[in-house]
Design a protein around this ligand. Sequence first.
Ligand SMILES: Cc1ncc(COP(=O)(O)O)c(C=O)c1O
Length: 406
Amino acid sequence: MAELDLNFIRAQFPQFEDGWAFFESAGGSYLPRQVITRVTDYMNTSFVQPAWDFEASARASGRIADAKARLAHLINAGEDEILIGPSMTMNMYVLAQALRPLFGPGDEVIVTNLDHEANNGAWRRLADHGVTVREWQIDPETGALPASALDALLGPRTRLVCFSHCSNVVGTINDVKALVARIHAAGALACVDGVAYAPHRLPDMKDLDVDFYGFSLYKTFGPHAALLYGKRHLLEAARPQNHYFLTDAPYTLNPGGPNHELTAGAAGIADYLEAIDAHHFATPAASPRAQAQRCYDLFAAHEDRLANRVLDYLGQRNDVRIIGERRADGTRAPTISFAIHGRDASEVAEVLRRARIAVGHGDFYAKRCVEALGLLPAGGVVRASLAHYTNDADVDRLIAALETVR
Ligand SMILES: Cc1ncc(COP(=O)(O)O)c(C=O)c1O
């Protein structure tokens, strides 16, 4: 297999020119030129109300439709099964409002104490409408979400289970396909947060058989917007949240309408993957999704190697608690949270900041998880999140700076 050409990759991202070692991709990834070009091009040439017949308007509609079709293809979804909204949080909020009328008093929804609040709080609020909310809890030592604990919660009244493909704090990749099969066997639906997964592995809607799946485009090398997938018949069954006379799903779940330049600009994600493919492979792939898949395979190999460098370093220190798996061998994303004994997470982040190393610290809005891990009093976790564009020099800098925090 080809190796990822980091010089080529990094040349696509103008943000690297500032010289920082960037480890905050899980908060928001850097943006490749292809996306910037798409957004500015839309604004320069198509910035009118779409859907009319005049030239600029037809061009605007065409670009928006093209972007959605390419994104849908990448995740193996139908074009009429995805929508673009402002954020994962907003998409989940709208979806919860749209599904609420389908649930009766005593119906049950399962959420976790692992996840970011986006696929969590909106569902918990359904308790105000008579829905019973049950919590699927993590192992407080490891942060793992045990499948056996789900079995104990699933019952005849379970209507929906909301969980993540990968936690933005713990990094462990959950076996979504197997979990969805259990959930379906119990007669319930599955709504999966793929935000921390999609930048690292290419999700496949049909293979996972999820009912709803969402991720933020801005953490997946795209503009500040988010994609929501839903099975067609479920999008149609969901109660419309747009103007009453707009009845076409999935537009019904886009109250106020999507942001046009960012939706059109998201085509740049597909352009970026095509550029990587063209650079690394001599023979054509069967489809753009197959192209993307082989690019993601390169990402995964590179990310696992670098993540293991960071994990090995942290693992040999006896004053560090690593959250989640201690090896990256396909079972975890390179989103590495840790705590250094006796140090507040903000202190560690400050040392790194002074060395021009960007990390985040705290709970990353997965507050229930960080609380369950017992780390809120220590200021939460420090999170060094890698992406495929992270290079060995970045990791050298991170390790050297962490060495000064003893
Ligand atoms: C796992 C996960 N889910 C959801 C979100 C929320 O995404 P958005 O900012 O698009 O609402 C985040 C953001 O950090 C996240 O990491």
